[in-house]
Design a protein around this ligand. Structure first.
Ligand SMILES: Cc1cc2nc3c(=O)[nH]c(=O)nc-3n(C[C@H](O)[C@H](O)[C@H](O)COP(=O)(O)O)c2cc1C
Length: 329
């Protein structure tokens, strides 16, 4: 209950006040405008994030990449950037603010080889001076608050988050989101929330707990164990854009919102498919396959439906499969 009381006050990210302590994480290939619109419907106050955007790419492209598109009604929203070059990051941050981002988030957690090899994402955990320079450069470049999302360390033998987090705060970061895994854990094993608790004890800026938040119960337990200022939902939202809203509702009211029925989830899947088609045409259809398969869970015949949905060629086919499944619920 301590956690519940704490959650009724706004989250302050520097000058930005957010009326929810439940955040929807950046998810590459997932949190585009269409997905975010669904999350927003259920979580009207939560901070949303774009997929991560490569700062260097922004420098070279004439037009901004579609991944930076945000709509005027998406507030509060942050654009997440990654790169290892402080100057590119500062420049990209200015463009992100011009697009309407209320905060800039810096990715220092991505474990993907392609990115860490070039010094970005979680490899910054091993180059704390560069990480600090990036934060300082972005803070200098923009007026909006700057946050960082990172992991607890490179591997089990090199968990350096306490020192690293302190450096980020000293460099001017206004919020830290901590995924309680090392880089070498990837997404395996448990998130080590006890590190989040320790980081929370030493920082003055808000600390957001991330990793293994799949339900209202997980969120409450995590907040109680870590004393974090909020939680960020990630894989728990794949095919389930209801999660941030469910947690937020519980933290604010102490009441559990009824979970959507399979029919309601499939109806949401239809809206997701329709939205992706309108937003990206055929590419949206290909992208929708994984989403639709994530929605089709927890009812008789779900496995077959997943199979069929993951091969759809067009909008009509997807809508027909979903309508048929809805009528059987
Ligand atoms: C498909 C996928 C894409 C992701 N993309 C991003 C990203 O663009 N930026 C980021 O900071 N983290 C990204 N992450 C990491 C998540 O935001 C989160 O930190 C991680 O999944 C841990 O939380 P969880 O255990 O609740 O899933 C991604 C994770 C997944 C599974």
């Amino acid at each position: 209950m301590i956690a519940t009381l704490q959650q009724t006050t706004p989250l302050k990210i520097g000058s930005v006040k957010v009326n929810s302590r439940v955040l929807q994480s950046p998810l590459s290939g997932v949190t585009d405008m269409v997905f975010r619109r669904l999350v927003r419907r259920y979580a009207p106050d939560s901070m949303l994030y774009t997929e991560m955007v490569k700062a260097k790419e922004i420098h070279h492209l004439r037009e901004l990449p579609q991944v930076m598109n945000i709509a005027p009604d998406e507030s509060p929203i942050s654009i997440q950037l990654f790169d290892s070059r402080p100057d590119f990051m500062g420049e990209a941050a200015q463009k992100a603010v011009a697009e309407g981002a209320q905060t800039i988030d810096i990715n220092m957690g991505c474990p993907v080889n392609k990115i860490t090899k070039k010094g970005g994402g979680s490899s910054l955990l091993r180059q704390p001076e560069v990480a600090e320079a990036i934060v300082a450069s972005v803070v200098e470049a923009v007026e909006v608050p700057v946050s960082v999302k990172t992991r607890i360390g490179w591997d089990e033998t090199d968990i350096n988050i306490l020192e690293f987090a302190q450096r980020l705060e000293n460099a001017g970061a206004q919020m830290l989101t901590l995924h309680g895994r090392t880089r070498s854990q990837g997404y395996q094993g448990n998130a080590q929330w006890h590190w989040i608790k320790q980081v929370k004890q030493i920082l003055s800026i808000p600390v957001i707990a991330n990793g293994d938040i799949f339900s209202v119960e997980d969120a409450v337990q995590c907040l109680e164990e870590t004393n974090a200022d909020g939680v960020m939902c990630s894989r728990g939202t794949l095919g389930y854009p209801f999660l941030a809203g469910e947690i937020d509702h519980f933290l604010k009211t102490g009441e559990k919102r009824p979970q959507p029925t399979p029919g309601e989830r499939l109806t949401c899947a239809k809206q997701h498919l329709q939205g992706l088609w309108e937003y990206r045409g055929d590419r949206g259809i290909y992208q929708s396959r994984k989403h639709l398969a994530w929605y089709a869970k927890g009812f008789p015949g779900a496995a077959q439906l997943r199979d069929n949905l993951s091969q759809i060629q067009g909008l009509e086919e997807g809508l027909m499969l979903l309508d048929e499944a809805i009528s059987q619920q």
